[in-house]
Ligand binder design. Structure first.
Ligand code: ATP
Ligand code: MG
Length: 445
């Protein structure tokens, strides 16, 4: 069992590719950390640097209290499971699992005990005499995990271990791995680009893009409070809807999001918030999760000031819910015009939206319907920086100010070189929440 500390880690490949930039992460003992991000964003590279399979160009990696930048992979107390589980085809399951221990000259009795114990945990005891060719994909994957377990490592590194499996097996193995993590009480770092895996298994998710960490948070916090447009769009299926609009203070004193013919009133406390002031009369991007577009008369009545009309293009019945593919500000085209050649219809003002509603919804494809947006859960993003506009409560503002003051004092002290930073009276953030949000900002920048 071990904690990890990744401090300002860079990976620069010869030829000028910077695969990972300034990667900072503190992993607590027994955490289940998942790296997600699009293909090529540096997930495997980071994992391989932790394993010692890839040299760290810059920065420091600690496992526990030990700096391991120059420690050989076999001495890092780490086991890695790869996407292609590559079992030795001529060896039985037992021998495949025992192989690493035999190389290390572990006594035979110990090997037997460890392999049997791992096989029991993974429910493959009845397969120990089989050759890999007589196993299903999921069973092979379990043998690969078994090879890692018998080594009793402090840290498990898993690089897309389930991507070779079909959807049903993947779902089953997800729960297996979660159970495994619970029973082994070891630290797991897991790479995937499957956000369902990330959301269901991780204690914390690291979202990466182009080698840079975008946000580190618990699955729910990432979903509820994405720090920027990228994270907002990456986490969640169907994707968050993005609406390009303008914030305007209308005659009634309320702030509205205008897009095309539609205006949606912001909740009073958000409209009046200091954070919104710089954006009045400016273009912003609003983010609306599909479940925050509602369609029942009762819900709409409660959100009258955020209601709008849209054309329903397609409906998709998913069983427990229906996805509505909507077009707001639809451009109506005269039938006679449609028949004429060389007529280009400008649809750039149309706003496509996806709503996730109850299967009892009466909305049908081809209908023009009234809907409403739950604006209390609407996100707003700065169009230039693509960062989320964050609304803080009074209490949070006070704490943020205290932390900023403390940081300023620390910086001044350092400049004056009269005191060390540790000796300056840096006030501890009172509540964990503030501490987290402060760490996050430093991560984002
Ligand atoms: N040996 C190498 N030499 C040069 N560039 C490399 C090398 N290995 C990887 N890269 C580059 O580093 C970047 C990160 O690669 P990495 O394999 O870490 O991505 P990833 O996030 O694991 O992607 P995927 O989801 O496709 O597995 C990519 O742009 C890749 O092309
Ligand atoms: Mg990879």
């Amino acid at each position: 069992m071990a904690s990890l500390s990744l401090r300002h880690i860079y990976k620069k490949y010869p030829g000028g590719v910077t695969a990972v930039s300034d990667f900072c992460l503190e992993v607590k003992d027994t955490e289940f950390i998942i790296f997600v991000g699009p293909s090529g964003c540096g997930k495997s590279t980071t994992l391989r640097m932790i394993a010692g399979l890839e040299e760290i160009t810059e920065g420091e990696l600690y496992i526990g209290d030990r700096l391991v930048n120059d420690v050989a992979p076999k001495d890092r107390d780490i086991a890695m499971v790869f996407q292609n589980y590559a079992l030795y085809p001529h060896m039985t399951v037992f021998d495949n699992m025992a192989f690493g221990l035999k190389l290390r000259k572990v006594p035979k009795e110990t090997i037997k005990r460890k392999v049997e114990e791992a096989a029991r945990i993974l429910d493959i005891s009845h397969l120990l005499d089989r050759l890999p060719k007589a196993l299903s994909g999921g069973q092979k994957q379990r043998v690969a995990l078994g090879r890692a377990i018998v080594r009793d490592p402090k840290v498990f590194l898993l690089d897309e271990p389930l991507s070779n499996l079909d959807a049903k097996l993947r779902a089953a193995m997800r729960t297996e791995i979660t159970k495994l993590h619970n029973s082994l009480q070891a630290t797991f770092i897991y790479v995937t680009h499957d956000q369902v895996e990330a959301m269901t298994m991780a204690t914390r998710i690291v979202v990466m893009k182009d080698g840079v960490i975008q946000q580190v948070d618990s699955p729910q916090a990432l979903y509820d409070n994405p720090v920027n447009l990228f994270v907002a769009g990456f986490i969640g299926t169907p994707q968050m809807n993005f609406i390009n609009g303008t914030l305007e203070k209308d005659d009634d004193g309320f702030v509205y999001l205008h897009f095309g013919e539609i205006r949606i009133r912001l909740p009073e406390e958000k409209g009046n918030a200091d954070e919104i002031k710089p954006y009045i009369e400016k273009e912003v991007i609003a983010g609306v999760r599909p479940e925050c577009i509602v369609d029942t008369p009762m819900q709409i009545a409660a959100m009258q000031e955020a209601s709008f009309e849209a054309y329903c293009d397609v409906t998709e019945l998913m069983g427990a819910e229906i996805y509505l593919y909507l077009i707001a500000n639809k451009v109506e085209v005269d039938e006679s015009l449609k028949e004429r050649k060389n007529v280009v219809i400008d649809r750039s003002g149309e706003q496509k939206l996806i709503a996730r509603v109850s299967p009892r919804s009466t909305v049908r494809a081809g209908d023009t319907v009234t809907l409403a947006i739950d604006t209390t859960r609407m996100h707003l993003f700065d169009k230039e920086t693509e960062k989320a506009i964050v609304f803080l409560t009074e209490e949070e503002k006070k704490k943020a100010a205290r932390v900023a003051e403390a940081e300023k004092a620390a910086a001044e002290a350092e400049n004056a070189q009269t005191e060390t930073v540790e000796e300056t009276p840096v006030e501890e953030p009172v509540e964990e929440k503030t501490e987290e949000s402060v760490t996050d900002t430093s991560v984002t920048e």
